[in-house]
Design a protein around this ligand. Structure first.
Ligand SMILES: [Zn+2]
Length: 278
Protein backbone atom coordinates (compact mmCIF):
# COMPACT_ATOMS: atom_id res chain seq x y z
CA UNK A 1 0.00 0.00 0.00
CA UNK A 2 2.15 2.85 -1.28
CA UNK A 3 2.22 6.04 0.72
CA UNK A 4 0.21 4.58 3.59
CA UNK A 5 1.73 4.70 7.06
CA UNK A 6 -0.03 3.17 9.99
CA UNK A 7 -0.30 5.46 12.97
CA UNK A 8 -0.26 4.41 16.61
CA UNK A 9 -3.05 5.74 18.80
CA UNK A 10 -4.44 5.02 22.26
CA UNK A 11 -7.99 4.76 23.55
CA UNK A 12 -9.94 2.93 26.21
CA UNK A 13 -12.69 0.57 25.14
CA UNK A 14 -15.00 -2.25 26.12
CA UNK A 15 -14.61 -5.61 24.36
CA UNK A 16 -17.93 -6.43 22.68
CA UNK A 17 -17.01 -9.60 20.83
CA UNK A 18 -14.06 -11.90 20.14
CA UNK A 19 -13.74 -14.10 17.04
CA UNK A 20 -11.04 -16.60 16.14
CA UNK A 21 -8.82 -15.78 13.18
CA UNK A 22 -6.57 -18.59 11.93
CA UNK A 23 -4.43 -20.59 14.32
CA UNK A 24 -3.53 -18.07 16.96
CA UNK A 25 -5.09 -14.69 16.17
CA UNK A 26 -8.35 -13.05 17.10
CA UNK A 27 -10.55 -10.30 15.73
CA UNK A 28 -11.73 -8.09 18.58
CA UNK A 29 -14.83 -5.89 18.23
CA UNK A 30 -14.45 -2.86 20.50
CA UNK A 31 -16.59 0.07 21.55
CA UNK A 32 -14.05 2.77 22.24
CA UNK A 33 -14.44 6.05 24.09
CA UNK A 34 -13.14 8.38 21.37
CA UNK A 35 -13.21 6.37 18.14
CA UNK A 36 -16.58 4.61 18.32
CA UNK A 37 -16.95 0.98 17.37
CA UNK A 38 -13.99 -0.61 15.65
CA UNK A 39 -12.52 -4.00 14.90
CA UNK A 40 -8.91 -4.90 15.47
CA UNK A 41 -6.67 -7.92 14.97
CA UNK A 42 -4.82 -9.24 18.01
CA UNK A 43 -1.90 -11.37 16.83
CA UNK A 44 -0.81 -14.48 18.68
CA UNK A 45 -3.23 -14.05 21.59
CA UNK A 46 -4.34 -17.67 21.53
CA UNK A 47 -0.83 -18.90 22.30
CA UNK A 48 -0.37 -19.91 25.92
CA UNK A 49 2.56 -17.53 26.19
CA UNK A 50 0.52 -14.52 25.03
CA UNK A 51 0.82 -11.67 27.49
CA UNK A 52 -2.44 -9.99 26.63
CA UNK A 53 -4.82 -12.73 25.53
CA UNK A 54 -6.59 -12.76 28.91
CA UNK A 55 -7.12 -9.00 28.73
CA UNK A 56 -9.01 -9.32 25.45
CA UNK A 57 -11.94 -11.38 26.69
CA UNK A 58 -15.53 -10.16 26.18
CA UNK A 59 -16.97 -7.50 28.52
CA UNK A 60 -13.58 -6.19 29.71
CA UNK A 61 -12.78 -2.49 30.06
CA UNK A 62 -9.29 -2.08 28.61
CA UNK A 63 -6.79 0.60 27.72
CA UNK A 64 -5.10 -0.17 24.44
CA UNK A 65 -2.73 1.02 21.77
CA UNK A 66 -3.83 0.41 18.20
CA UNK A 67 -2.02 0.63 14.88
CA UNK A 68 -3.99 1.90 11.90
CA UNK A 69 -5.52 5.07 10.57
CA UNK A 70 -7.76 6.33 13.42
CA UNK A 71 -10.05 8.05 10.92
CA UNK A 72 -10.24 4.89 8.84
CA UNK A 73 -9.73 6.75 5.57
CA UNK A 74 -6.70 4.83 4.36
CA UNK A 75 -5.89 1.19 3.99
CA UNK A 76 -7.58 -1.64 5.84
CA UNK A 77 -10.47 -0.93 8.16
CA UNK A 78 -9.02 -3.58 10.45
CA UNK A 79 -6.56 -2.18 12.99
CA UNK A 80 -3.92 -4.08 14.95
CA UNK A 81 -3.73 -4.25 18.73
CA UNK A 82 -0.17 -3.46 19.79
CA UNK A 83 -0.58 -3.02 23.57
CA UNK A 84 -3.35 -3.79 26.08
CA UNK A 85 -3.78 -3.02 29.75
CA UNK A 86 -6.79 -4.24 31.71
CA UNK A 87 -8.68 -1.49 33.55
CA UNK A 88 -11.43 -3.76 34.89
CA UNK A 89 -11.97 -7.20 33.37
CA UNK A 90 -15.69 -7.56 34.07
CA UNK A 91 -15.86 -10.83 32.12
CA UNK A 92 -13.91 -12.65 34.85
CA UNK A 93 -16.40 -11.46 37.46
CA UNK A 94 -19.37 -12.60 35.35
CA UNK A 95 -18.13 -16.14 34.68
CA UNK A 96 -20.23 -18.73 36.46
CA UNK A 97 -23.25 -16.43 36.85
CA UNK A 98 -25.52 -17.37 33.96
CA UNK A 99 -28.14 -14.56 34.34
CA UNK A 100 -25.46 -11.86 34.55
CA UNK A 101 -23.34 -13.37 31.79
CA UNK A 102 -26.26 -13.63 29.35
CA UNK A 103 -27.41 -10.09 30.23
CA UNK A 104 -23.86 -8.83 29.48
CA UNK A 105 -23.99 -10.67 26.13
CA UNK A 106 -27.26 -8.91 25.29
CA UNK A 107 -25.77 -5.52 26.31
CA UNK A 108 -22.75 -6.04 24.02
CA UNK A 109 -24.82 -7.32 21.09
CA UNK A 110 -27.12 -4.29 21.44
CA UNK A 111 -24.15 -1.89 21.59
CA UNK A 112 -22.91 -3.35 18.32
CA UNK A 113 -26.33 -3.04 16.69
CA UNK A 114 -26.73 0.56 17.88
CA UNK A 115 -23.44 1.51 16.18
CA UNK A 116 -23.98 0.45 12.55
CA UNK A 117 -21.15 2.68 11.32
CA UNK A 118 -17.57 1.96 12.42
CA UNK A 119 -15.45 4.75 13.90
CA UNK A 120 -18.35 7.09 14.57
CA UNK A 121 -17.71 8.29 18.14
CA UNK A 122 -20.61 7.96 20.59
CA UNK A 123 -19.36 8.92 24.03
CA UNK A 124 -22.77 8.55 25.67
CA UNK A 125 -23.33 5.04 24.33
CA UNK A 126 -19.80 4.10 25.43
CA UNK A 127 -20.48 5.40 28.96
CA UNK A 128 -23.87 3.69 29.06
CA UNK A 129 -22.37 0.35 27.95
CA UNK A 130 -19.47 0.59 30.39
CA UNK A 131 -21.88 1.47 33.22
CA UNK A 132 -24.15 -1.50 32.43
CA UNK A 133 -21.24 -3.99 32.41
CA UNK A 134 -19.93 -2.55 35.67
CA UNK A 135 -23.40 -2.79 37.25
CA UNK A 136 -23.72 -6.42 36.11
CA UNK A 137 -20.30 -7.23 37.57
CA UNK A 138 -21.05 -5.43 40.85
CA UNK A 139 -24.33 -7.35 41.24
CA UNK A 140 -26.12 -4.63 43.21
CA UNK A 141 -29.29 -4.86 41.09
CA UNK A 142 -31.00 -7.78 39.35
CA UNK A 143 -29.39 -8.56 35.98
CA UNK A 144 -32.68 -8.25 34.07
CA UNK A 145 -33.29 -4.76 35.53
CA UNK A 146 -29.78 -3.61 34.55
CA UNK A 147 -30.30 -5.00 31.05
CA UNK A 148 -33.74 -3.39 30.60
CA UNK A 149 -32.42 -0.03 31.89
CA UNK A 150 -29.60 -0.30 29.35
CA UNK A 151 -31.97 -1.16 26.49
CA UNK A 152 -34.37 1.70 27.35
CA UNK A 153 -31.56 4.27 27.59
CA UNK A 154 -29.84 2.92 24.49
CA UNK A 155 -33.12 3.31 22.56
CA UNK A 156 -33.39 6.87 23.91
CA UNK A 157 -29.90 7.64 22.55
CA UNK A 158 -30.94 6.17 19.21
CA UNK A 159 -34.01 8.42 19.20
CA UNK A 160 -36.71 5.75 19.47
CA UNK A 161 -37.38 5.29 23.16
CA UNK A 162 -40.96 4.20 23.89
CA UNK A 163 -43.29 7.05 24.89
CA UNK A 164 -44.13 6.63 28.59
CA UNK A 165 -45.24 10.01 29.96
CA UNK A 166 -47.71 10.82 27.20
CA UNK A 167 -49.55 9.30 24.26
CA UNK A 168 -47.13 8.17 21.53
CA UNK A 169 -49.57 9.29 18.82
CA UNK A 170 -51.28 12.54 19.94
CA UNK A 171 -48.93 13.57 22.75
CA UNK A 172 -51.61 13.97 25.42
CA UNK A 173 -49.66 13.87 28.70
CA UNK A 174 -50.45 11.35 31.42
CA UNK A 175 -49.95 7.73 32.25
CA UNK A 176 -51.94 5.89 29.60
CA UNK A 177 -53.01 2.30 30.08
CA UNK A 178 -52.54 0.90 26.58
CA UNK A 179 -49.15 0.19 24.99
CA UNK A 180 -48.50 -0.37 21.29
CA UNK A 181 -45.05 -1.13 19.93
CA UNK A 182 -45.89 -0.10 16.32
CA UNK A 183 -47.46 3.16 17.59
CA UNK A 184 -44.30 3.96 19.62
CA UNK A 185 -45.22 3.26 23.26
CA UNK A 186 -48.04 4.17 25.61
CA UNK A 187 -51.19 5.33 23.80
CA UNK A 188 -54.40 7.01 24.97
CA UNK A 189 -57.81 5.38 24.53
CA UNK A 190 -58.58 7.51 21.45
CA UNK A 191 -55.37 6.54 19.66
CA UNK A 192 -55.13 2.93 20.81
CA UNK A 193 -54.67 0.70 17.71
CA UNK A 194 -56.10 -2.83 17.45
CA UNK A 195 -53.86 -5.35 19.18
CA UNK A 196 -52.47 -2.89 21.72
CA UNK A 197 -51.28 -4.42 24.99
CA UNK A 198 -52.70 -3.39 28.36
CA UNK A 199 -49.82 -3.75 30.80
CA UNK A 200 -50.21 -3.22 34.52
CA UNK A 201 -49.74 0.45 35.51
CA UNK A 202 -46.79 -0.71 37.64
CA UNK A 203 -45.10 -1.97 34.46
CA UNK A 204 -45.17 1.50 32.87
CA UNK A 205 -43.91 2.88 36.22
CA UNK A 206 -41.01 0.40 36.13
CA UNK A 207 -40.10 1.36 32.56
CA UNK A 208 -40.14 5.03 33.61
CA UNK A 209 -37.98 4.29 36.69
CA UNK A 210 -35.42 2.31 34.64
CA UNK A 211 -35.23 5.10 32.05
CA UNK A 212 -34.58 7.76 34.71
CA UNK A 213 -32.39 5.59 36.96
CA UNK A 214 -34.80 5.50 39.92
CA UNK A 215 -33.44 2.27 41.42
CA UNK A 216 -35.52 2.58 44.59
CA UNK A 217 -38.67 2.02 42.52
CA UNK A 218 -37.04 -0.48 40.15
CA UNK A 219 -35.59 -2.76 42.85
CA UNK A 220 -39.00 -2.92 44.56
CA UNK A 221 -40.86 -4.10 41.43
CA UNK A 222 -42.48 -7.53 41.64
CA UNK A 223 -41.37 -10.39 39.39
CA UNK A 224 -44.52 -10.36 37.24
CA UNK A 225 -44.08 -6.63 36.62
CA UNK A 226 -40.39 -7.14 35.77
CA UNK A 227 -41.27 -9.85 33.25
CA UNK A 228 -43.98 -7.75 31.60
CA UNK A 229 -41.53 -4.83 31.41
CA UNK A 230 -38.84 -7.07 29.84
CA UNK A 231 -41.34 -8.31 27.26
CA UNK A 232 -42.38 -4.79 26.23
CA UNK A 233 -38.78 -3.54 26.14
CA UNK A 234 -37.68 -6.52 24.03
CA UNK A 235 -40.61 -6.13 21.64
CA UNK A 236 -39.95 -2.38 21.26
CA UNK A 237 -36.22 -2.97 20.65
CA UNK A 238 -36.77 -5.71 18.10
CA UNK A 239 -39.37 -3.65 16.26
CA UNK A 240 -36.69 -1.02 15.62
CA UNK A 241 -33.77 -3.34 14.87
CA UNK A 242 -33.90 -5.10 11.53
CA UNK A 243 -33.11 -8.51 12.97
CA UNK A 244 -33.85 -9.90 16.42
CA UNK A 245 -31.01 -10.08 18.92
CA UNK A 246 -29.56 -13.59 19.20
CA UNK A 247 -28.65 -13.21 22.87
CA UNK A 248 -31.90 -11.78 24.22
CA UNK A 249 -33.95 -15.02 24.32
CA UNK A 250 -31.09 -16.62 26.31
CA UNK A 251 -31.35 -14.16 29.20
CA UNK A 252 -32.43 -15.99 32.34
CA UNK A 253 -35.44 -14.14 33.71
CA UNK A 254 -36.03 -16.54 36.56
CA UNK A 255 -39.54 -17.66 35.64
CA UNK A 256 -41.82 -19.33 33.14
CA UNK A 257 -41.74 -16.25 30.91
CA UNK A 258 -38.07 -16.94 30.05
CA UNK A 259 -37.94 -17.94 26.40
CA UNK A 260 -41.19 -16.11 25.72
CA UNK A 261 -39.48 -12.75 25.33
CA UNK A 262 -41.18 -10.67 22.69
CA UNK A 263 -44.49 -12.44 23.09
CA UNK A 264 -45.53 -11.51 26.62
CA UNK A 265 -49.07 -11.85 27.89
CA UNK A 266 -51.03 -8.82 26.77
CA UNK A 267 -50.77 -9.23 23.04
CA UNK A 268 -47.53 -7.44 22.20
CA UNK A 269 -46.30 -10.42 20.22
CA UNK A 270 -49.27 -10.71 17.86
CA UNK A 271 -49.41 -6.92 17.50
CA UNK A 272 -45.79 -6.95 16.31
CA UNK A 273 -45.99 -10.06 14.20
CA UNK A 274 -49.25 -8.96 12.57
CA UNK A 275 -47.89 -5.77 11.06
CA UNK A 276 -45.91 -5.97 7.87
CA UNK A 277 -42.89 -3.69 8.18
CA UNK A 278 -41.67 -3.84 4.59
ZN1 LIG B 1 -53.50 9.78 21.86
Amino acid sequence: MAGYRRQLYRDDAVVLRVQKLGESDRIITLLSRRHGRLRAVARGVRRITSKFGARLEPFGHIDLQLAGDPKGQQGSSLHTVSQVEGIDLYGKRLLGDYPRYTAASAVCETAERLTPVEREPSLRLFQLTLGALRALADGEHAATLVLDAYLLRGMALAGWAPALAGCAVCGTPGRHRAFSVPAGGAVCLDCRPPGAAHPAPATIDLMTALTSGDWRVADAAENGVRRECSGLVAAHLQWHLERALRSLPLVDRGGPAAGAVGTPAGGVGPAVAGVDRE
